[in-house]
Design a protein around this ligand. Structure first.
Ligand code: SF4
Length: 327
């Protein structure tokens, strides 16, 4: 049966290969089977980027371009910008009133981000409450399913808890449980072997030129034990090999062979990989370049998405207000 599926991305910078294989490829499959709602969540971006807020508008356009060039189809899915539908904040406020502080303070992702992100001050009221806005994003559309990675399971659990608490307090069964769609997606590390992140400057962006892609791939860290060309390598310990498995799986056996038998050097191996990634992105980039020439079309898609999303959101908020305020 067709479900309503909600998913979102924060427009905090350029999309990279990790977004492509970790989310967008999966979204393409989902939009064929379900009623998908994809949101560019700029309020969530503002929570961390409040000091560079003027960059968010450009990031929104870039993100919409990337999504559409990837094949996210506005005829099949709703694509919209979160702040264009004010009902997100209305529902967030209602959920915030019923969410115990302890739930938010115990959120493992919140604690991890406070620990790891040192370049921004995230000790803010809004950031502590981001799971409340996330819950509002999902519940506003009565989404039955949300595609996520395993590390995001606590967020879905919090959304369920908030929905149940709402139902309990207001003696209703208005919000149903939403389920997580856990998908096995390849986990790509950054070029330097650390977590892929724009703040580490270790990403290959979807909009990088072919020359830039090849140049960046040549900087990838390889098997540290392979020092000389004549040393056999250990592909299973090499990040380059894991990229081959994702972007050129038909070559993976050959790479294994030439690496373990020291038949090719790492520079050549990375050059071939760079070219394979360029090939993989060729159609995407052609479409993206065409779309970038007519941004009016992208704006129309976002306007159309806003109207469709708001129609659902208004209806939900009308019902929620009736339950909460008796009107
Ligand atoms: Fe990695 Fe390729 Fe070098 Fe082997 S030959 S260590 S797979 S870069």
């Amino acid at each position: 049966m067709k479900k309503t599926v909600f998913s979102a991305m924060r427009p905090t910078g350029k999309l990279h290969l990790g977004h492509l294989v970790g989310a967008l490829d999966n979204w393409l499959e989902l939009q064929e089977k379900h009623a998908c709602i994809f949101s560019i969540v700029d309020w969530h971006a503002l929570m961390s980027e409040y000091e560079q807020s003027t960059e968010i508008a450009e990031n929104i356009m870039d993100m919409a371009l990337d999504w559409m060039a990837c094949g996210i189809d506005p005829e099949k899915s709703i694509i919209f910008v979160q702040s264009h539908v004010p009902e997100h904040l209305e529902l967030q406020m209602i959920l915030a009133c019923i969410t115990p502080l302890g739930w938010l303070e115990r959120n493992p992702t919140y604690k991890e981000q406070l620990r790891e992100i040192k370049t921004r001050d995230l000790q803010t009221y809004a950031f502590l409450g981001y799971p409340v806005l996330q819950a509002a994003d999902i519940l506003l559309y009565k989404a039955g399913a949300v595609p996520i990675g395993e590390d995001q399971l606590p967020h879905i659990e919090l959304t369920r808890e908030m929905a149940r608490r709402f139902n309990h307090i207001y003696k209703t069964d208005f919000f149903a449980d939403c389920e997580a769609i856990l998908t096995e997606t390849p986990r790509l590390l950054g070029l330097d072997g650390r977590k892929m992140s724009k703040s580490y400057k270790n990403t290959v962006n979807l909009s990088d030129s072919p020359q830039e892609i090849v140049r960046k791939v040549k900087t990838m860290f390889t098997d540290p034990k392979r020092i000389k060309l004549s040393d056999p390598g250990h592909p299973d310990k090499c990040n380059v090999y894991s990229y081959y498995k994702v972007f050129s799986p038909q070559r993976a056996d050959d790479v294994h062979q030439w690496c373990t038998h020291a038949q090719k050097g790492c520079t050549e191996c990375k050059t071939i990989l760079g070219e394979a990634i360029v090939d993989r992105l060729a159609d995407f980039q052609e479409k993206r370049n065409d779309l970038a020439k007519c941004k009016e079309r992208v704006r129309e898609v976002l306007d159309h998405g806003q109207k469709r999303a708001q129609k659902i959101a208004r209806e939900t908020m009308g019902q929620v207000k009736e339950i909460v305020f008796g009107r």
